[in-house]
Ligand binder design. Structure first.
Ligand code: SAM
Length: 272
């Protein structure tokens, strides 16, 4: 397990704010900055929220990538998609580390799970886009970002390099948090294999781990957001969430690509 602090505004290992700690420095995209950047991109896509980034033709440009020697057609397609994706361009402009940041922006604009003072755990946080959004919107007492991969320091967040499938991981996070959480987020996804059923099972297993962790750490009234695949949370998992939370919804944020099987389950009002 590796532990690291954010830059200015990072917190100490005990979870208390360090020195002149402030949660505002560092992230280039302030809430309004991100919203403005998104607004500038145009809300071309039906259903995008007011901070949504239009997906089609927002920049009025279409970059064509020629096949290069040694580059696989799949890599050419990926590059072309990246260059023509307004979410990628706007994430770069707003200072977000990933286009995934817009998914949390859109989920939170609809569901209002974040807010000043909220104590948040962000699972599967690398490279840190969601964590940046949380830091902008909470200015709260604790923000812990967890990933099996290393994450570069982020202002306002304590970073833990942990594998959530490790039985000891939950205790380490709880100890670091030093109390209950108001919000548990999980964007965890296993590396895709291309085999749909395998990818589904592996990502749903991570979601179950997130639910277990969330139910062990959330304060009464808390919220849980997690990535799920295909039909969303189903069967026992869905029944469990409905028993433990007053409201359970599925959301496909506009920033989530249509062709992706991902969707998000948003559960609010933890019964404790
Ligand atoms: N939310 C992130 C952002 O905005 O930048 C993107 C998250 S990415 C889609 C999924 C992450 O889940 C990856 O960084 C991956 O390393 C992480 N992950 C997968 N399995 C994990 C595990 N067992 N424990 C912790 N993190 C895991």
């Amino acid at each position: 397990m590796k532990k690291s602090r954010g830059g200015n505004g990072g917190r100490s290992r005990s979870g208390s704010k360090s020195g002149s700690a402030s949660r505002t420095g560092g992230t280039k995209a302030s809430k309004s900055g991100a919203a403005n950047a998104a607004a500038k991109a145009g809300d071309a896509k039906t259903g995008a929220g007011k901070t949504g980034v239009g997906r089609s033709g927002a920049r009025g440009l279409h970059v064509r990538v020629k096949t290069a020697r040694g580059r696989k057609p799949s890599s050419t397609r990926w590059l072309q998609r990246q260059l023509n994706d307004p979410y990628v361009a706007e994430a770069k402009r707003a200072g977000y580390r990933s286009r995934a940041a817009w998914k949390l922006v859109e989920i939170d604009d609809r569901m209002h799970v974040l807010g000043p003072g909220k104590r948040v755990v962000d699972l599967g946080a690398a490279p840190g886009g969601w964590t940046q959004v949380v830091a902008e919107r909470t200015a709260g007492a604790a923000l812990i970002a967890v990933d099996v991969l290393e994450i570069d320091p982020l202002p306002g967040a304590e970073i833990l390099q942990l594998d959530m499938t490790d039985a000891a991981a939950s205790d380490v996070i709880r100890e670091c948090l030093g109390g209950a959480a108001d919000v548990v987020l999980s964007d965890m996804a296993a590396p895709t294999t291309g085999h749909r059923q395998t990818d589904h099972l592996r990502t749903m297993a991570l979601c179950e781990i997130a639910v277990d962790f969330g139910c062990g750490v959330l304060a009464e009234g808390g919220a849980f957001v997690a990535k799920v695949f295909q039909g969303g949370a189903e069967g026992e998992l869905l029944a469990d969430l409905k028993r433990r939370f007053t409201s359970v919804r599925h959301i496909k944020p506009p920033a989530s690509r249509d062709e992706s099987p991902e969707t998000y389950v948003v559960a609010t009002g933890f019964r404790g």
